[in-house]
Write a protein that binds this ligand. Sequence first.
Ligand code: N01
Length: 490
Amino acid sequence: MAKRAPDKDLPIVIVGAGFAGMCMAIELQGAGIESFVILEADEEIGGTWRDNTYPGCACDIPSHLYSYSFELNPNWSCTYSPQPEIQDYLLRCAEKYDLYNKIRFNTEIKEAYFDESTHAWTLVSNNGESFEARAVILGVGPLSRPNIPDIEGLSEFKGAAFHSAQWDHDVDLKGKKVGVIGTGASAIQIVPAIAEEVDQLVVFQRTPPWVMPRSQRTYSELEKKLFATIPGLQRLYRSLIYWRNEAFAVGFVTEKRIMRLFEWMAKRYIRSVFDDPQMRQWVTPDYSIGCKRVTLTDKYYPALARSNVELVPHAVERFTPEGVVAKDGSHRELDAVVLATGFHATDFLSYFQITGRDGRDLNQAWREGAEAYYGLAVSGFPNLFMLVGPNTGLGHNSIVFMIEAQVNLVRQCIETLLHENLPSLEVRPAVHRRFNETLQQRMKDTVWQSGCQSWYQEDSGKNTTLWPGYTFEYWLRTKRFNPDDFRMNW
Ligand code: N01
């Protein structure tokens, strides 16, 4: 079929209005590109910070860093802000940057295909609507689809059961016998938040997490005033937090022996809370600290030590209509169960049907694990970009920093496409391959590949989620669009 000139008037489509999609929109606006629309599956912006409303939900990266660099907020109430405050921040940003006019809500994209003759993408929504686009940017996030484990008997359980990211606020847990399955970053926030109000709390632990104290602190009115009025102070504070967090990467990716110091600190923390040798043993992980995400909390261990809280150091075998049977065969009667069982993090875009050049299917291209060029472009899929894509997640620092680096490069790709009126722009296969070979080679020496099983990895053990280096390095390497890395079709 003869190719036509690209239709300049086709919009750019951003999918998802969370931290990433909004950042992309603001970046395009800043470059004078207004021809975009944001398609959002839900009826409000916010992504993960809209969805996760469980008791105790907060960010485990300090808010002065976990926020846009171009939209500092001097009024964060405390070091690690609770979810409502972060969602409010995002709502304010959406208002300030006039994003609501650009968003189509309740529009969930299920399918996207590229037409080589028109150089256009067509996106199809769940209600059958279709949208044509010059370029597509997927900002859907890897932690958006809850992992509801296929545990025998779950559907026959007579009590309430819901995932941590789909908290059922109609269920009153006061005075009830409640089970929490999972002990990851969500569970360690939920357990202390509900321990006081429930009658009994049973925590089912398949694998103990490493826990470090979080040192939460409320900012005084004076501090907020100083942040707001002294030029550069808040930016300096933000930089200090950034470099402190970045220092962890030395242990994660360069010198794993440093992690022994953190292990020693975490074990000392365990001893300071628990007198019972049995409890100390149960909560002490047998894998290197950092291999799974380190959980930060001052409240989880004290909550486990409460008399109405029981730690069951076993995975779950099955549900009964009345409760849960642990792997050791013991049964607990429960009124409600919280599935704090994480997300389909490595599946990335598996729930999308994405068809690129020559009928390439993205899921097929990723059958051995997702991979991309700096997590944001895939060979064979012209004019398609993604944010927080493969191997751009972090175990130690703010993902907002990575998002800003990504939108900067994607914006440059889009500018090249528009200003040079190119039909398409696509990362070269050899560049894509070399990039991922080097990345996986480097990954081998990181703490994340030191022997534990985590959501960072595919079942095969391949780590498709994390950036195996320093974030400033990612920022430097994505700062300028390199035309040699892309095939530009005329
Ligand atoms: O999920 P997880 P999460 N039977 O995957 C267990 C971000 N986040 O929602 O370790 C029994 O960490 C599983 O056990 P195991 C953050 O990036 C950020 O807590 O696999 N147990 C594990 O204990 C985080 O890393 C914040 O053996 C089962 C737990 O469930 C990511 O979200 C706050 C099971 C899942 O832990 C995910 O955290 C919260 C089964 N069948 C979350 N299946 C911030 O503060 C799973 N488990 C920014």
